[in-house]
Write a protein that binds this ligand. Structure first.
Ligand code: DGY
Length: 324
């Protein structure tokens, strides 16, 4: 029997890729940068399964270009804002994602960014490399204490809850804003005080974002929100870039309305090297690597492969975004 035809839009860790290649007639995009839109539209023609990344826009046009044989779209990510779920559901195409396995790794990164911002780690390293370290200085590179500070978590889902748990180990006060979470249910950890977004912005020394990107959360952190934050506050974003209005963030950082931003995700992404956020000393940007540990990316690859293969066999996806 012929193996199902699939397109894999980038090289994923070996353990997952091997599963796909053994079971399918798989074409894999081998380059570092994603296929162009035009190429993607061509590559998907006649496929039954698509294993894609958050960098691929999977919309109705792309699904129609694939044709009626497309059974399953497996996203190598927990977030799936790159996929038009309504269009897929309308066509009977199931969507898989990779929840759970990257929760702790992403929470680790949010905390690493928080610490790096508070204690000026990157500035310190650059200072030493630039040959500026001449002596121990009483006021050299002073930062802010993490212990005893207030952490505001926007979005008390799986990752937000793990960041909260880490914060308790540092003796921080945790407050959170989440209109949807149910304090009685997992993954909630009972370590914070629920408040409004305005209260959170006004009271937090650190604000960490953990909401999915939806029409409701796009630019949740805009000029008005930034104006409500403390002048000493640090903003950490490991969720999705467009949750923050980049223009407003630049203005707030440049004018000293908040003290620092530490970003794993940006809008646009990737951030062009001449983007004005990169001209600021009080903005730390890393290239969307919050889930980038060897173990986690391997687990994500296996999960993405298992979702794809289950969909191709006509079985329920282990992790399905649109099961109904
Ligand atoms: C996700 O999975 O949504 C992250 O942004 C990348 O791991």
């Amino acid at each position: 029997m012929d193996k199902p035809k699939v397109f894999v839009t980038r090289v994923i860790p070996e353990e997952g890729l091997r599963l796909v290649q053994e079971a399918c007639d798989a074409e894999v995009w081998m380059e570092e940068v994603p296929p162009s839109r035009e190429t993607l539209l061509t590559k998907v023609q006649g496929i039954e399964g698509l294993l894609c990344l958050l960098t691929d826009e999977v919309d109705a046009e792309l699904m129609d270009a694939a044709g009626p044989g497309l059974e399953v779209i497996s996203n190598f990510a927990v977030g799936y804002d790159n996929i038009d779920v309504g269009a897929a559901t309308a066509r009977g195409i199931r969507i898989g994602n990779t929840p759970g396995v990257l929760t702790e790794t992403t929470a680790d990164m949010a905390f690493a960014l928080l610490m790096a911002a508070a204690r000026r780690i990157v500035e310190g390293a650059e200072y030493v490399k630039a040959g500026k370290w001449r002596t121990w200085g009483p006021t050299l590179l002073l930062g802010h204490d993490v212990h005893g500070a207030t952490l505001g978590i926007v979005g008390m889902g799986r990752i937000g809850a793990e960041v909260a748990r880490r914060a308790t180990g540092f003796n921080m006060q945790v407050i959170y804003f989440d209109p949807y979470c149910d304090p009685g249910k997992a993954p909630f950890v009972d370590v914070g005080l629920r408040c409004t977004l305005d209260e959170l912005l006004a009271e937090s020394d650190f604000v960490s974002l953990h909401v999915p990107l939806t029409s409701e959360t796009q630019h949740l952190i805009d000029a008005q929100a930034l104006a409500k934050m403390r002048r000493t506050a640090v903003l950490v974003n490991t969720s999705r870039g467009p949750i923050v209005d980049s223009e407003a963030l630049y203005e707030a950082l440049a004018a000293g309305k908040i003290s620092y931003a530490a970003l794993d995700v940006t809008d646009p992404e990737p951030l062009p090297p001449d983007h004005k956020l990169l001209t600021l000393d009080n903005c730390l940007v890393v290239p969307h690597i919050a889930s980038a540990s060897w173990a986690t990316r391997t687990k994500m690859a296996v999960m993405a492969a298992e979702n794809l293969l289950a969909g191709l066999r006509g079985e329920p996806l282990p992790h399905c975004v649109n099961p109904d």
